[in-house]
Design a protein around this ligand. Sequence first.
Ligand code: GYE
Length: 349
Amino acid sequence: MKKILEKLEEIFFGHVGICILLLCVVPFIFVSHGLFREIEVEQQPFDVGTEDLIVVGFSQLGSESGWRTAHTLSVQEALTKDTGYFLIFNNARQMQENQIKAIRSFISQRVDYIVFAPVIESGWDTVLQEAKDAGIPVIIIDRMVNIKDDSLYTTWIGTDAWEEGRKAGRWLEGYLREKNRQAERINIVVLQGTIGSTAEIGRSEGFEEIAAMHENWRILESATADFTAAKGKEVMAEMLCRYPKIDVLVSQNDDMTMGAIEAMQEAGVSFGENGQVAVISFDAIRDALEMVDEGHINVDIECNPVQGSYIDMIIQKLENGEQVERSYVVEENIFTKDNVGRFLEDRTY
Ligand code: GYE
């Protein structure tokens, strides 16, 4: 080694020359041979051992409901290492700013795809433009976005919230017809989900569309309980104080319905089949379907959370350079005491 150094000294006329050589030339050789790549890799944890996997950043809006838990699980079960994916999951806890931060971090990590379930519809133009500029395809799931430029996302997978609202209204038409209460004044209260979310907008507007056709239907109040059981109970308790005669509760998800049912029990108000308040719910998670079976909930309008396999199918198409649809709407049912038994056995969520 000493001899080599002496030789180098001869060539470069002194130690300074050798230092320059070591500081400049050697790192250049390392970099050009990719020997420093490990350091780059360390900054992007998903690169370690994931070379052949498709990296997906998933921004989930929160964990507010049983439906949401099933929705998250469906994505996690579809995008696994065994199916060829590396999934980076972020829970935004029902806050848009957290989702924007998560999407920005996915962009800086240079993921292959961004999947996100937006908490509300507005306010996404800038961050989605950033994703587009970075060349990362965006797949929107569950709720929708309201943006000026539709080219900012590749496709959307979700449910038809407007149709769900109409289904609720049509069920009520049939129910009142059957009970011969078409001429009577019917007092309705509505527990809404997160204001500005597709599920809230669609279910409210769809139901109101049918309500507007019936002069005897009176919506006493629509108030948000943010899709949670705790708020559902609180808001329903207040409504029960304000309105002595409520005929129908329209509750835009099962969690709020369960909260509202507790409030009715505590207030001594009867509900469900043969009760004073007819209960219309949305989602159709297992616990609620059992309550349909027991007659505590009159009808549950299904909202299907099983959307993970659609994401896999879409990504595979994109990877093969195939065209995908602009939107995919998942199938949904309506559950009453008459048909719920058949579905309860297979319900996993
Ligand atoms: O109905 C509710 C959840 O966006 C369809 O969000 C979804 C809704 C679902 O919190 O339970």
